[in-house]
Design a protein around this ligand. Structure first.
Ligand SMILES: [Zn+2]
Length: 165
């Protein structure tokens, strides 16, 4: 997977017409440009991503499912460098609409103990994503934030809960 900005631009630091157009139209955000520059530098053109979503304190970077590990880096090395450079927390999620798979990426290194479907009073479907109590300290951030990320990526109503004992 490549980067949203072309190699020529990233190498020269001067935007070509095509990339400038993408930025102007908002097809590529300033944040995505920043992340592209960082990844080009440390990944030597071998690490790409599809898009980045700014969620306030957290930036979600979406890449191909099988390239999540590469973008995170050994022991989170690459993600940490991006986080330091942009001054926000970073989560890497594989491009996928499947709730379980998205939730697993968003909540890693905590693991999901189960997902239940619950119905709200007005009969709407909602998904309860459960994390085992002993794993709760590994949840990477505020539950509300993480929940918002999962909802945004899957379009499903969710709520994350920590299992009681
Ligand atoms: Zn370009």
């Amino acid at each position: 997977m490549g980067l949203p900005i072309c190699d020529v631009c990233l190498k020269s630091g001067i935007l070509c017409q095509g990339c400038e157009e993408k930025l102007r139209k908002g097809e590529v955000s300033k944040l995505e440009y920043e992340i592209s520059k960082i990844l080009y530098r440390i990944g030597k053109g071998k690490i790409g991503f599809k898009k980045a979503i700014d969620m306030g304190d957290v930036v979600v970077i979406i890449t191909k499912k099988d390239e999540v590990g590469k973008l995170i880096g050994k022991g989170g090395k690459i993600v940490k460098r991006i986080a330091r450079a942009i001054g926000k927390k970073v989560r890497v999620v594989g491009e996928n609409k499947d709730l379980r798979s998205v939730a697993e990426d968003v909540l890693a290194p905590a693991t999901i103990s189960g997902i239940n479907i619950v119905y709200t009073v007005d009969g709407k479907k909602k998904f309860k994503i459960r994390v085992a109590k002993e794993d709760s300290s590994r949840i990477p951030g505020d539950l509300n934030n993480l929940n918002e990320i999962i909802q945004k990526l899957t379009g499903k109503k969710t709520t994350i809960v920590v299992d009681e004992a």
